[in-house]
Design a protein around this ligand. Structure first.
Ligand code: UDP
Length: 243
């Protein structure tokens, strides 16, 4: 991605709005350009600061601002990012396009039950999109060549990988050149939400930008991961004040 980007703590984010992003991705898919979309939240930015491997992956990817934390950080750092783009919303918008254009879709990741129910739900909601393959995300390393072969032979237009960040980003980056899929995107826990296994925060919480807090209440084991949020805020302020 070489234009319309703004750096936040060393990660170059797309500055496009949600609608512009969808239009841009459609254009890329139609021209056969290979794109790896990463919806990056504060946690990912903080991991990238520690891990060169993830930094390199993000440099080659199309990174969109996932979460209000990134939008606020952009405001504080005077960067032109105004809208958050969550993985699940982008997935749904791309499925709408897939429905209109009869694209082929492959769903990789989550538990077998979650993968199945998410695939069924999406097939019902977007009947013209063709879900050509689906497979859970709990496989052994030695199964990977076969999985890659299967995906390549089915030639999907979209590949969603729901294995949690940054594991999914590493997996996509390892195989992106072999896969030959125009658009590959990591979607974290989205299959669990779409399949009905995990509830997304009610709109009330979403509107207050407290979705992260709702998730923390529902899955207290996430607290360790969510420590990245205050640390991120602190780091942004240090960057802003140059201290
Ligand atoms: N997962 C997977 N394979 C693994 C580990 C996790 O497919 O080896 C799936 C897991 O079932 C869940 C998703 O990855 O559906 C991770 O969800 P989480 O909410 O933790 O991801 P986030 O959105 O925070 O990146």
């Amino acid at each position: 991605m070489n234009n319309s980007v703004a750096p936040i703590l060393g990660v170059r984010f797309s500055t496009r709005s949600f609608q512009e992003t969808v239009a841009d991705l459609v254009k890329r898919i139609e021209s056969g350009q290979m794109t790896h979309v990463v919806t990056a939240n504060p946690e990912i930015v903080m991991i990238a600061r520690e891990q060169e491997k993830l930094r390199t992956i993000l440099e080659r990817a199309y990174v969109v601002p996932d979460g209000i934390g990134i939008v606020y950080a952009a405001k504080w750092l005077h960067q032109p990012i105004h809208e958050r783009i969550t993985g699940i919303e982008l997935l749904e918008a791309l499925m709408e396009q897939a429905n209109e254009r009869k694209w082929k879709v492959y769903m990789l990741g989550a538990s077998p039950e979650s993968n199945r129910s998410a695939s069924e739900r999406l097939a019902e909601r977007y009947p013209q999109a063709q879900i050509v393959g689906a497979r859970d995300g709990y496989f052994r390393a030695e199964d990977e060549p076969e999985i890659v072969r299967e995906i390549t032979s089915l030639q999907p237009d979209l590949l969603f990988v729901a294995m949690g960040a940054p594991r999914q980003e590493e997996w996509i980056s390892k195989y992106r050149d072999q896969l030959q899929v125009p658009l590959v995107m990591g979607v974290g826990g989205s299959f669990d939400v779409i399949g009905g296994r995990v509830k997304r925060a009610p709109v009330f919480w979403q509107k207050l930008h407290l979705e992260w807090f709702y998730r923390l209440l529902k899955q207290p084991s996430r607290w360790r991961r969510q420590l990245a949020i205050p640390l991120f805020v602190l780091t942004v302020w240090r960057e802003k004040l140059k201290i």
